[in-house]
Design a protein around this ligand. Structure first.
Ligand code: SF4
Length: 210
């Protein structure tokens, strides 16, 4: 089998309560199918990756925080970009890393469903950024159709159950309102989501300028 490679953009250690449970190391990879208006990573996501790493190489870099991970129930969070574009790599990393580490994937779920199926056995927690559940708002903000995300979310809830899924519901400046945000939360609850995180996107000058 060919060893999967990960297009590493950035690695950020000792994070608490931002992207997963316990102490986490965020591993950001290149590539994303969406075109979000306020994306702060827009430029680097489309550039060639700075380096490609194997799962064993990544493990060597993140192992330094093993004690923190094990003591706090944390682990490695794959983000980006879109983590599920690298589902094969995440599976390989799961095979190699200590069983006690929690593997988290940050995802928009806007990927072909086979990527989702491929990642499910390797991921302990899915952090889903839903953007907005209104098809028109979603398309205006991301440039793509909402249908894929919604079908993948239903499939995810059906296969792993709601405990392993946290859906983030943002209020997006100039794109939706607090009412839209609460409407999305209601629709998500009707789909079976039990863990919701409502928050505000904060615009930075560089995202507004892109
Ligand atoms: S899903 Fe995230 S990484 Fe992808 S374009 Fe949107 S904000 Fe950027």
């Amino acid at each position: 089998m060919t060893e999967p490679l990960f297009p590493l953009l950035n690695l950020s250690r000792l994070r608490m309560g931002i992207d997963g449970e316990g102490v986490t190391t965020l591993v950001a990879g290149a590539g994303c199918p969406l075109h979000c208006r306020w994306c702060i990573n827009k430029r680097i996501l489309r550039e060639p990756p700075r380096e490609l790493v194997t799962a064993a190489e990544l493990l060597e870099r993140v192992r330094i925080d093993d004690l923190y991970f094990q003591a706090t129930g944390g682990g490695v969070t794959f983000g980006g970009g879109e983590a599920l574009l690298h589902a094969d790599f995440i599976r390989r990393f799961r095979e190699l890393c200590p069983r006690e580490w929690r593997i988290t994937a940050e995802t928009s779920l806007a990927v072909p469903m086979e990527y989702l199926h491929s990642a499910i056995s390797a991921v302990d927690l899915f952090l889903v950024d839903c953007k907005d559940m209104d098809p028109e708002i979603y398309r205006r903000y991301t440039g793509v159709d909402l249908l894929l995300m919604r079908e993948n979310l239903k499939e995810l809830l059906r296969t792993v159950g709601p405990e392993k899924v946290i859906v983030r519901v943002p209020r997006i400046p100039h794109f939706n309102t607090t009412e839209d945000q609460h409407r999305s939360a209601l629709l998500l609850r009707e789909l079976g989501v039990t863990r919701l995180d409502l928050f505000d996107y904060v615009l930075r000058e560089d995202s507004a300028a892109q």
